[in-house]
Write a protein of this length. Sequence first.
Length: 202
Amino acid sequence: MRLTIFSRLLIGFLVIFVLLMGGTVYGIFNLYQLNKGTRKITRIDNRILDLKEKLADSFLSQLRFEKKFTLTKDPSIYNQYLSAKKDFTNFFSEILSLVDTPEKSKSLSQIKITYSRYQSLAEEEMGLIQASPPSFKRKYEQQIEKAGDEILEELKRLEAYTRQDIHQRMKALDQAGTSAQKRAIFMSAVAIGLALAISLLI
């Protein structure tokens, strides 16, 4: 059965329409994926980096107030130490809810273990300072310093993991964008080619 001009036109435009709709749906899907990747960077990775800095600052404050208290035995200094401790706990809880890779989870687990050791040493030291002469001070200082160095080093490692994830996600977004652009150009070229072919066949 020979197709009429109208039938050929209708079929041709339907094919073009399907191609254009397919390209539009594909473009929307890719845009969604790109936005999802961008949100991960802004809402997760950047927030983790921000919280890492806050954890480091609050921990350094604890070290500072703990040392001051062992020298002054001033209750107000101890209260500042407790405030910094509370901040650290809150920041840690939030960052724990954000981590999305095994490496970062492992890093936080190590920080938690070492921080618990630091807390035990610091509380024990400050408790004994109030009850007896600080003849044992050097022993605690060495252990607390070691725990502090380990925590700060692990926080640096957490930052490195996070920055690596940002780099990988940015690379994936760039590749996805390039792929989407190439596919859009290809589908547009096919649609234009079909339109030309239809115009020649009429």
